[in-house]
Ligand binder design. Structure first.
Ligand code: C5P
Length: 216
C-alpha cells in the first residue's frame, strides 16, 4: 500500500444505499469510487454467459483465471470490461442477482479479487464499497462506515429501482458464508438509514470524516 493514499470503506447489506452514498462521498472528496460488488457480479455474468454451473467451484476458479477483467476509469468511478465487452446493466440482472452470492462465497475467488481490490490503492485515494472492505480488504483504514436499513426499507428501495432481487436470500448467503462474511467491523461508524434521506446520510458520513480530520 502507498502509505500516503487513503481509503474510505463503506460496507453494508444489499440495497442499503451504499452505492449512492459512495458516489456522493467520492464526488465530495475527489477519491476514486470503487464498487467491489461489480467485480463479483462481472465474474458471475461472464460465467453464466459461458454456460458454467455457478455451483461448480473449480470451473468458476478456472474461468476467473481465463478471463480479462479490465477496469476503465469513467469520470470519478470505474467500469468493468470482461474480455473487451461492457456488460453494462446486465450486471444487475435477475440472473446475476440470483447467482452472485454463491460465486462470491468461493475462497479462491475472494482471495484473487481482494488482491485486485487492494491494488487500487496504489493508484489513488479511494472510496470502496462492499461487504468486507473494512473487515478484510482494508482492515487498517480508520475510515470505516457500515450503512444499514431495515429489510422492509431495502426491499422497497430495490423495487423502486425496478430490480428483481431476492435480498433476503442474498443477505443470508453473504452473512453466513465461511470466508469473510458480511459483518459490522468493530471500529465502523454505523448508520441506520431506514428513516433518513440520502442527503442526511451523506452529511453524516462527511461530518464523521471531518471529525477524524480527513476533510475540512
Ligand atoms: O454490492 P452488491 O449488492 O452489488 O454485491 C453483489 C454481491 O457481491 C453481494 O451480494 C455479495 O455476494 C458479493 N460481494 C462480496 N463482497 C464484496 C462486495 C460484494 O461478497 N466486497
Amino acid at each position: 500500500m502507498v502509505p500516503s493514499n487513503k481509503v474510505i470503506a463503506i460496507d453494508g447489506p444489499a440495497a442499503s444505499g451504499k452505492s449512492s452514498v459512495a458516489t456522493r462521498v467520492s464526488k465530495k472528496t475527489g477519491f476514486l469510487h470503487v464498487n467491489s460488488g461489480l467485480m463479483y457480479r462481472a465474474l458471475t455474468w461472464s460465467a453464466l454467459r459461458a454456460d458454467i454451473d455457478t455451483n461448480n467451484e473449480s470451473k468458476i476458479i478456472d474461468h476467473l483465471n481465463s478471463i480479462e477483467m479490465e477496469c476503465i476509469k469513467s469520470n470519478d468511478s470505474l467500469l468493468l470490461h470482461i474480455d473487451g465487452n461492457d456488460p453494462g446493466e446486465e450486471l444487475k440482472s435477475q440472473e446475476v442477482n440470483r447467482s452472485v452470492s454463491v460465486v462470491a462465497a468461493i475462497k479462491e475467488v475472494r482471495s484473487e479479487l481482494v488482491k485486485r481490490q487492494r491494488e487500487y490503492l496504489l493508484i489513488s485515494d479511494i472510496v470502496m464499497e462492499g461487504r468486507d472492505i473494512g473487515s478484510v480488504v482494508f482492515p487498517e483504514t480508520p475510515f470505516k462506515f457500515y450503512i444499514d436499513a431495515s429489510p422492509e426499507v431495502r426491499a422497497l428501495r430495490r423495487r423502486g429501482e425496478g430490480g428483481v432481487d431476492d435480498l433476503r436470500e442474498r443477505d443470508k448467503l453473504d452473512s453466513s458464508r465461511k470466508v469473510s462474511p458480511l459483518v459490522i467491523p468493530e471500529d465502523a461508524f454505523v448508520i441506520d438509514t431506514s428513516e433518513m434521506d440520502l442527503n442526511e446520510v451523506v452529511e453524516k458520513v462527511l461530518s464523521e470524516l471531518n471529525n477524524k480530520g480527513l476533510i475540512t
